[in-house]
Ligand binder design. Structure first.
Ligand SMILES: NC(=O)c1ccc[n+]([C@@H]2O[C@H](COP(=O)([O-])OP(=O)(O)OC[C@H]3O[C@@H](n4cnc5c(N)ncnc54)[C@H](OP(=O)(O)O)[C@@H]3O)[C@@H](O)[C@H]2O)c1
Length: 199
């Protein structure tokens, strides 16, 4: 995020906030994960691939499962997250018709929000033990609200965006220290990496 708490550009346009070392760090995190998850808002705004760039890491390895929290299956047909580089699973609300050729698991959605605990059970059944949630903010918030975060790591870039139309990491109050402790704070060339772990 930027120093003033934004995670994207004006009007939800993609914006580079990470530096080169942070991008490497993210690929190491993906490489150490069984699955990488985002919300459909991120797929629509950024069209990410969500794969590990093993060539950046200087070694080879498998691609983690890509997972999209997409209650109504709004992911565009040509989204990069559906390319052939890695398998992709969509988590949709019960009753939403699956799309031909898409791998979809249905999850109950009491009050309209996918039950994150039930989603994690589905992923557990697929042998996903280490899940990296890459955002965006609404998805992250739902994982925090359900108490499903074991570790939270954040790169803070030396940028001030001051752009009210951009997405903020947090839009409502939260006290991280309530259930988590700050485990480390490290400089990463131009920015700072902060990591909290569950108490
Ligand atoms: N800097 C970063 O590291 C980073 C990372 C990711 C994204 N971003 C930025 O964040 C912005 C997008 O953020 P966002 O908060 O709008 O998107 P998001 O969290 O990726 O997606 C939000 C959508 O995901 C669905 N969703 C996720 N969890 C759900 C749940 N438990 N139950 C029901 N629906 C769930 C909902 O879809 P429905 O609306 O269909 O119900 C919701 O609207 C973009 O500007 C992007 O660039 C930044």
């Amino acid at each position: 995020m930027t120093l003033d708490g934004y995670v994207g550009g004006a009007n939800r346009t993609p914006m580079r906030i990470s530096n080169d070392l942070d991008i490497l760090r993210v690929h190491e995190l993906r490489a150490a994960s069984d699955a990488v998850l985002v919300g459909v808002g991120t797929v629509i705004a950024d069209d990410p691939k969500l794969t590990v760039k093993w060539e950046l890491l200087g070694r080879a390895g498998p691609q983690p499962l890509r997972v999209v929290m997409d209650p109504d299956l709004r992911t565009p047909e040509g989204a990069l997250v559906r390319d052939a580089r890695a398998p992709t699973l969509f988590l949709a609300r019960t009753g939403v018709p699956a799309r031909p050729g898409w791998s979809v698991e249905h999850v109950p959605a009491p009050n309209g929000s996918l039950d994150v605990g039930a989603a994690l059970d589905r992923l557990g059944a697929r042998r996903v033990k280490r899940l990296l949630v890459e955002g965006g903010p609404r998805t992250l918030r739902r994982f925090f609200e359900g108490g499903h975060v074991d570790e939270f790591t954040l790169f803070v870039a030396p940028l001030v965006l001051a752009e009210p139309t951009a997405a903020r990491l947090f839009e409502s109050p939260m006290d991280l220290s309530a259930g988590m402790r700050l485990a480390s704070a490290e400089m990463l060339r131009t920015g700072l990496v902060l990591t909290w772990r569950r108490r």
